[in-house]
Design a protein around this ligand. Structure first.
Ligand code: SF4
Ligand code: SF4
Length: 221
C-alpha cells in the first residue's frame, strides 16, 4: 500500500545518536525503533509529511523522500523495511462491514431528523464505500470523504486536531492536500487489531450530530 503523502526519511546522521527528539513532535506517532536498532525510522505509510521531525533534528538526519541526497538513498528502503519487518499488514474494513457502518450512520441521522453523507475509507484514506441520504446537502459528499481521509491519515478523531489546526505546519498540510485535511467533528478512525484499519466521515448535521452519526457507524464495525 502507498501513502497519499510523500514521507520523511531518517538517514545516517541519526545512527548512534538516536536521541528521540523527533518522537516528541510527530503528530501521528510514526517514528519508531527497537533496542536492537541504532537509529529511528519513519513509517512511510503513516507519515503526513508535516516536517516537524526535520525541523527539530539536531543532526540534520531527516529528509523528505524526494529530497534525500543520493548518498543516503538507501535509507528510504531502510525506513520502509523496518516497518515491513515489525508491523503487520493492516486489513482494511471489508465492504460488507463498510456498508453496514454506513447504514448505522444513516439510521442515527434519521433518529436525529437530519440527512447526512457517510464515507468509509481504508487506513490510507482511500474510499471503500459511500452513502448519501436523500435530502443531504451536495457539499456533504466531499466533506464526509475529507473527514474520513483526515481521521485515517492522523489516526485520531478529527475533533482531536483542533489544538493543532492553527499551527503553520497544519495550515501548510491543508494547502498541500488541496483541502482534504479538515479539522472538524465527524471523522473517526476505525480500530482493528492491533492497528487502525480505516476511518469514517460524516457530514450534513451540526458538529455534534455528525460526530454522533460517526460514532454509530464505528460502533457497527
Ligand atoms: S514528517 Fe511529520 S508525520 Fe512524518 S515523521 Fe516527521 S513529524 Fe512524523
Ligand atoms: S531527532 Fe534526529 S538524531 Fe534524534 S532520533 Fe530523531 S532523527 Fe535521530
Amino acid at each position: 500500500m502507498t501513502s497519499q503523502f510523500s514521507a520523511y526519511v531518517i538517514t545516517e546522521p541519526c545512527v548512534g545518536v538516536k536521541n528521540g527528539i523527533c518522537l516528541e513532535v510527530c503528530p501521528v506517532d510514526c517514528i519508531d525503533s527497537t533496542d536492537d536498532d541504532d537509529q529511528y525510522f519513519v513509517d512511510p505509510e503513516v507519515c503526513i509529511a508535516c516536517e516537524q521531525c526535520a525541523l527539530v533534528c539536531p543532526m540534520d538526519a531527516v529528509y523528505l523522500d524526494i529530497e534525500v541526497p543520493s548518498y543516503f538513498k538507501s535509507y528510504i528502503n531502510r525506513n520502509a523495511d523496518f516497518y515491513r519487518a515489525n508491523k503487520g499488514e493492516p486489513m482494511p474494513v471489508p465492504i460488507d462491514r463498510a456498508l453496514t457502518m454506513i447504514q448505522a450512520g444513516h439510521a442515527r441521522a434519521m433518529e436525529l431528523d437530519i440527512a447526512v453523507s457517510v464515507s468509509v475509507v481504508d487506513e490510507g484514506g482511500r474510499l471503500i464505500a459511500f452513502g448519501r441520504m436523500d435530502r443531504s446537502r451536495p457539499m456533504s459528499v466531499d466533506i464526509s470523504i475529507n473527514k474520513a481521509y483526515t481521521a485515517a491519515s492522523f489516526q485520531v478523531p478529527t475533533t482531536d486536531l483542533g489544538a493543532v489546526s492553527g499551527q503553520s505546519w497544519f495550515q501548510s498540510l491543508i494547502v498541500s492536500s488541496q483541502g482534504k485535511i479538515i479539522a472538524v467533528a465527524g471523522g473517526l478512525p476505525v480500530l482493528g487489531e492491533p492497528m487502525v484499519v480505516g476511518a469514517v466521515g460524516v457530514s450534513g448535521g451540526t458538529d455534534e450530530q455528525d460526530q454522533e452519526c460517526a460514532r454509530a457507524a464505528v460502533a457497527a464495525y
